[in-house]
Design a protein around this ligand. Structure first.
Ligand code: GLY
Length: 326
């Protein structure tokens, strides 16, 4: 089987012919499916996965599962890069980005949203109740308020203290670790083999006011194609946007690459593009990917990225992702 897959992958790469792409899809259908399954970025994904799993198993659907799952992280003031308690921008203002996508390629997104604890739920309503995909800033906030969302201060005392300390040097240089710059991205495949994804963040700590990262951009921070698989990103949003990272990972899976191979190819591409740039010293990007059979992977540019897995056999599994540079 593996040889056959490799052959198909090579065929697709060599010619990109329609026939090899169709063959790959057929091949995927013949592999034993490992579903349902949920994967999420970082260790905060463990609690999020548990909630998502509970919703999925209760039969309420994959979309609600990923929404409720990442809401756990958004509400946790100890996660300093998502929702309540997230690090503010360099003006001391917490601004949030989020997006959500379903099996039918419906998607919704909010960017630069302030004072709303659950941007993912606003993103879902953008998807379900507007003719648009993205709402931003005041427009997103007005929409949220019109839908009954409560405005609240998301800058916790701890985040305010950290911001005041940062201001002493005002050195904008994201540090590669979980506490400074990451996102919760969650991918789920349900018992029917249908895919769902959600992604939410407060973005890079100390960013310029108005900056938006990859996380709310469909194709960059999150993408799925229900015929193929899903992918999502974490890390320096600018680098992920420049390669349309998540969409590319999904396209590579369509061509027959495994989730791991697809993530690696895009991380290599990002590495090549940024090697000579001033951001190279602090650049970190990571991807998670899940294909139509439930096969999954996580891979990052630098050591330190981990992701959480939940399925019938593993309820609380934290996996150190493979990486390019140790
Ligand atoms: N990946 C999150 C961001 O760059 O905002």
């Amino acid at each position: 089987m593996e040889n056959r897959r490799n052959f198909l992958k090579k065929s697709a790469l060599a010619s990109f012919s329609a026939s090899s792409i169709i063959s790959c899809d057929q091949e995927l259908k013949n592999i034993k499916k490992e579903i349902p399954r949920i994967i999420s970025t970082w260790n905060h994904g463990l609690a999020a996965n548990n909630k998502a799993w509970e919703v999925l198993k209760s039969g309420k659907g994959g979309l609600l599962a990923v929404e409720e799952g990442v809401k756990v992280t958004e509400a946790d003031p100890n996660v300093r890069s998502v929702g309540l308690g997230g690090y503010p921008d360099r003006d001391g203002i917490v601004t949030l980005d989020a997006c959500i996508m379903d099996k039918n390629s419906n998607c919704g997104s909010v960017t630069y949203l302030q004072n709303i604890k659950h941007p993912i739920s606003v993103a879902r309503l953008v998807m379900e109740e507007t003719p648009h995909v993205m709402l931003s800033g005041k427009g997103a906030l007005d929409f949220a308020v019109s839908k009954g969302f409560k405005q609240e201060n998301l800058l916790t005392e701890q985040s305010k203290k950290d911001w005041i300390t940062w201001k002493e040097k005002s050195d904008y240089k994201p540090i590669i670790n979980i506490e400074n710059h990451d996102t919760i991205s969650m991918l789920a495949i349900d018992e029917n083999g249908d895919l769902y994804g959600a992604c939410t963040t407060s973005g890079a700590a100390w960013k310029m006011h108005g900056r938006v990262g990859d996380s709310p951009i469909i194709g960059a921070g999150l993408f799925l194609d229900n015929e193929v698989g899903a992918a999502a990103a974490t890390g320096l949003g600018e680098a992920i946007i420049k390669t349309s990272g998540s969409a590319m990972v999904v396209e590579l899976m369509r061509q027959g690459h495994s989730p791991m191979q697809a993530c690696k190819i895009i991380v290599d591409r990002i590495s090549k593009l940024h090697k000579k740039g001033p951001e190279w010293d602090y650049l970190q990007v990571g991807f998670i990917a899940l294909n139509k059979n439930g096969e999954y992977a996580g891979y990052s540019l630098r050591k330190g990225f981990n992701f959480s897995l939940c399925d019938e056999k593993n309820k609380d599994l934290l996996i150190d992702a493979d990486y390019k540079i140790g």
